[in-house]
Every structure is written in C-alpha cells, then in structure tokens.
Design a protein around this ligand. Structure first.
Ligand code: HEC
Ligand code: HEC
Length: 343
C-alpha cells in the first residue's frame, strides 16, 4: 500500500514539474512574514516560489479541515491531526482513515514543519509541497484522486474565489492546492514552552527539572537535538529484535537502516501519546523504561544506545523520573490553544 503511494508520489512530482516549470502566479506581495523564532536555526523550507500571505495560510487551513479532500467527503487532514494534541492523534495507536480503515503507523504531530528535512516516519517524502499527496491518495487514509479533488474544488461555491485571491489564476490546479497546504503547515510554529523560556534566559527550571535536563543532555540530545529536539536523522532505537515495519530500510534498502525511524521531535511530547511509529507505548514512563533497560541489541541498533558494552542507557528510577519532569517543560500550551490555527 505504502509502496504504491510512493510511486504515485513520484508520478505526481513529475506531473507537477512537467506541466508548470515556472511559477509566474505567485502571490504578488507577501504581506505576511512567517514566524521564525530567533533561537531556532534557519528554516529548511524557504517558500521560494510559494510566497506567503495571510490569505494563503487561511486557504491552506480551510483545505486541511475540509473532508471534501477525501473520496467520500468524510475525512479531513484534521480528522487525524488535532491542534490540542500538537496536531497528532491521541489514544489511537494506528491511524484511522476512510470507512474506519486502520493504517500502519501512529499519526505524528505536525508543527515546525518548515524545519523538517523529510516527512513520514521513514522519511519517504522529502518535500512539504508534495507531502499531502500521500494521505490524499492512500487507500486507508483519504482514498481520493488528485484530479477528482481539483474537479470538486473548481465546482465548489467558495474555493474558486479563495484560490483566485491567493494565486491569481482563473482555475484551481493541483499545484495551487499543494502550495496552500504548505503555507499553512509550514507556519504552525511551536516555540513558546517553558523549555524555550529557559533556553532564551527568561526563566529557570526547578531543581528536578534542571537535573532532568542535564540527564537529557547526557543521554538523549545526541538524537533529540536542541533546540528543535530532533536532528532529523534516522535511527534504530532498539524497540524490537524483529521489525514488522522495517522503517527507513523501505526507502533506502540499506541494512544499516533496518528498523530505523526518523528521530521525532520531543516538543509537546506530553500531549501526543501514544508513542513511537506504531504507538506501542502509552506513557512516558514506559518510554523511559524502554531506554533504561529494554533496548534490543540488533546489528542496526544505534551505538548511541549502548552503554558500558550493554544495550540501554541504564537509567535509575529517579533519573527516569527527572527526565520526564524535564520532558514536561516542552509542552507549549500557547501553541496548543492558539486561536486561528484550527478551522
Ligand atoms: C487517517 C489519518 C490521517 C489523515 C486523514 C492524514 N494524516 Fe497526515 N499522517 C498520518 C500518519 C499515520 C502519518 C505518518 C505516516 C507514515 O509515517 O507513514 C502522517 C504524517 C503526516 C506528516 C508528516 C509529519 C512528519 O513529521 O514527518 C504530515 C506533514 C502530514 N501527515 C500532513 C497531512 C495532511 C496535509 C493531510 C491531509 C491532506 C493528512 N496529513 C491527512 C495520518 C493521517
Ligand atoms: C540513537 C538516537 C536516540 C536516542 C539517544 C534517544 N532517542 Fe528517543 N527516539 C529515537 C527514535 C529513532 C525514535 C522513534 C522510533 C520509532 O518510532 O520507532 C524515538 C522516539 C522517542 C519518543 C517517542 C516520540 C513520539 O513522538 O512518539 C520519546 C518520548 C523519546 N524518543 C524520548 C527519548 C529520551 C527521553 C531519550 C533519552 C533517555 C531518548 N529518546 C534517546 C532516537 C533516539
């Protein structure tokens, strides 16, 4: 199923670039500056042709929450990606799409996407401007065709005007739809947690949080790197001896990528349970227990998770507790409740 969508994705990419080599229909004046926090590195996505505007962001938001993008008009992107959970899905291990069909992975959080160098747990998609092609056409997610979406949007009573206001074209095409979604997703920025306030010198941690932060730096931040709390690499973090989902290996076919998944950000981690690509853990305590004592030694296990010659980080119960106290400072309540992000 997945493989199929990657093939579609390639076809889609070819289609987009073949038909429209030059984007002469960009928004004339970018009257909206994307939020790029001063303590973050430069964003990966720079909007070269897809110029930002408030209207473009709002159009992307409308599309994101509109079930018209699915085959039977029942599922929107927002059905799985929910703002109060940092645009992840909660209490659901594997995603649920059209007709209640179950996917193969947990719905990840969506924010700070402008810094992502790749998308999906296995990094199978590398461009935010084509990323939605996968969920839109996946048979267990939204199961629609791009041509039918474009058809529905052009016949809709509001979309033709809304698209025209942003892209100044007489009719809607697939590229405009992808661009609008990219404008929305790349401007969901989460950077105002307690962690950020400490990072920028505005406040300080409690004693236990500070201990947790120090332990985090010793044990976790080689992969969950500050300040975005991921280095965007792919690692096998020792979940299984045998992987039913081979992860990054599906894309690269390299043995060292067997069971490797994209290092997820830990920002807002307290509100995005369950955890890992297959949602196997429901609590942070279970996650810490895994890193402490349950890491499985396999040939592709990251050497960063082997300590004193044995797999695992060998953290005491008190160390685990303190790391969790630190992880809770990564919750950005302002972002989770911010007005104007959800339709
Ligand atoms: C049925 C639930 C569901 C729907 C509907 C859905 N998604 Fe997702 N989304 C997922 C799952 C599951 C993944 C992870 C897929 C994988 O790794 O193979 C994901 C991954 C993503 C990612 C990658 C995040 C990252 O950090 O790599 C983005 C961005 C995203 N979805 C945007 C969208 C958009 C845009 C739409 C609507 C066009 C959408 N999603 C619809 C479940 C869903
Ligand atoms: C070798 C790199 C590496 C190190 C070191 C590491 N992690 Fe991870 N972490 C990962 C990867 C890769 C995943 C995703 C694995 C998957 O989904 O299969 C992950 C997932 C997680 C998740 C679940 C995130 C989510 O959105 O589901 C949490 C929480 C987490 N790690 C916390 C920690 C903590 C705390 C430490 C230190 C004690 C740590 N990690 C050390 C690579 C690492």
């Amino acid at each position: 199923m997945r493989r199929q969508s990657y093939i579609l994705l390639l076809a889609g990419l070819a289609g987009i670039s073949a038909c429209k080599p030059d984007a002469d229909f960009r928004t004339p004046a970018a009257n909206y500056t994307p939020e790029r926090p001063a303590h973050f590195p430069p964003a990966h996505y720079t909007h070269d042709k897809n110029k930002y505007s408030q209207a473009g962001f709002e159009l992307g938001r409308k599309l994101f929450f509109d079930p018209i993008l699915s085959a039977n008009n029942t599922i929107s992107c927002g059905s799985c990606h929910k703002q109060e959970h940092a645009f992840a899905d909660v209490n659901i291990r594997l995603s649920k799409g059209i007709d209640g069909k179950t996917g193969i992975r947990h719905t990840p959080a969506i924010f700070n996407m402008a810094w992502n160098t790749s998308f999906m747990w296995d990094g199978g998609v590398n461009q935010i401007e084509v990323m939605p092609l996968t969920p839109l056409t996946n048979k267990v997610e939204m199961a629609e065709t791009i041509s039918n979406i474009v058809y529905k949007l052009n016949r809709h009573k509001e979309y033709p005007t809304l698209f025209k206001n942003v892209f100044h074209r007489d009719s809607i095409d697939d590229q405009q739809m992808f661009w609008a979604l990219a404008q929305y997703m790349s401007n969901l920025v989460s950077a105002s947690s307690k962690y950020d306030d400490v990072y920028t010198g505005k406040t300080t941690y409690t004693k236990d949080q500070q201990d947790g932060y120090n332990l985090f730096k010793q044990n976790c931040s080689a992969c969950h790197t500050e300040p975005l709390l991921t280095d965007y690499s792919f690692k096998n973090n020792g979940l299984d001896y045998q992987f039913t989902d081979s992860g990054r290996y599906r894309i690269t076919r390299r043995e060292e990528d067997w069971g490797a998944f994209k290092v997820p950000t830990l920002r807002n981690i307290a509100v995005t349970s369950p955890y890992m690509h297959d949602g196997r853990f429901t609590t942070l305590e279970q996650v810490l227990h895994h890193y402490a004592d349950s890491v499985k030694q396999t040939p592709s296990l990251s050497p960063l998770l082997v300590k004193n010659g044995k797999p695992g980080l060998h953290l005491t119960a008190d160390e685990q507790r303190k790391i969790i106290l630190f992880l809770r400072t990564l919750t950005d309540t302002k972002f989770l409740t911010k007005a104007g992000l959800t339709e």
